[in-house]
Design a protein around this ligand. Structure first.
Ligand SMILES: [Zn+2]
Length: 305
């Protein structure tokens, strides 16, 4: 494959063509077919186990044409409560790691603003950033500072934040290392980054891959899907996430996999999604034992300038 030769891993900069594995072609939504003419493929860097789209010539303008598609997920009461509990636990953990009362906090991709409220209620100095302003009225209070746009355009000062939070951000970026370097610049020495991304090495993904192969769709990428929702262009594993942290100057404080096993609890008994999740439950429980759950959670620290 000719264009394999020109690929360069966005995380470890490997450009040795024999070190890339062809995973498949990404699926295109009907709208994407009108925007993208070129044939894209999903590659895995054998050096750092990072998954990415090649060639990386997709512009922000092209990608933003996809993002205007409307989609939403309905959240059950049980699920909303669980998310609320998760947020509290996460911020508790960060507070404990930082071991200080006054925390200057930034939530990247803050969405409706639930994390901002949780942080503001703790008396932290709270900043939020997002490309859209979807915040609830509750978060539009004076002490919560909000910037609408990209991080580089926010021009935050050097060594500014004690803690930066980003849930489901890095997998949407073509150059995660470049992005993390900007976060390194604006984080104080001793400051933390909290990050959650999907785990490409999850047991669930391994099984999906097998099912794709058995159904004759082995040439299609079932992992990262840049052209259909949820528009993931980068796929992380423990190894590639550690490598991205290292390349941008951070040290890994903790890393773990989580998620998947509770999904069944949000559905009413014996409905279709309930039964589907009941079928998947043994896989998710096995994934706990194998430490191959659906998501990766990592806390990074900036230890020097
Ligand atoms: Zn690599």
């Amino acid at each position: 494959m000719n264009n394999l030769i020109h690929a360069k891993c966005p995380v470890c900069s490997n450009s040795n063509s024999s070190k890339f594995k062809h995973i498949g072609r990404p699926e295109l939504s009907p709208k994407a077919k009108t925007v993208f003419k070129e044939t894209y493929q999903v590659l895995k860097c054998q050096n750092c186990r990072f998954y990415f789209v090649s060639p990386q010539n997709l512009t922000d303008v092209e990608m933003s044409k996809l993002y205007d598609e409307t989609y939403f997920t309905e959240m059950t009461k049980w699920w909303a409560k669980k998310r609320d509990r998760d947020r509290k636990n996460r911020l508790d953990k960060l507070q404990e790691c930082l071991n200080q009362k006054r925390i200057r906090f930034l939530d990247i991709g803050c969405g409706e603003g639930y994390v901002l409220i949780e942080a503001a209620d703790r008396g932290w100095e709270v900043h939020g950033i997002d490309v859209f302003d979807n915040r609830m009225q509750l978060v539009k209070r004076q002490e919560v500072k909000f910037f609408k746009g990209e991080i580089k355009n926010a021009h935050f000062p050097d060594n500014h934040f004690d803690c930066i939070y980003m849930d489901s951000v890095l997998e949407h970026l073509f150059d995660p290392v470049d992005y993390l370097r900007e976060l390194f610049r604006i984080t104080k020495v001793g400051g933390l980054i909290y990050c959650v991304v999907p785990n490409e090495d999850s047991l669930f993904n391994d099984i999906k891959r097998l099912l794709y192969a058995l159904s004759g769709k082995g040439n299609i990428s079932e992992r990262i899907q840049p052209f259909i929702s949820p528009y993931h262009v980068s796929g992380f594993t423990k190894k590639s996430l550690s490598e991205a942290a290292l390349q941008s100057g951070f040290e890994v404080v903790t890393m773990r996999t989580f998620g998947g096993q509770y999904e069944i609890l949000q559905f009413r008994a014996f409905t279709k999604p309930f039964l589907t999740n009941l079928f998947l439950l043994p896989i998710h429980l096995m994934a706990i034992l194998m430490r191959k759950q659906l998501y990766l959670e990592v806390i990074l620290r900036k230890n020097q300038l």
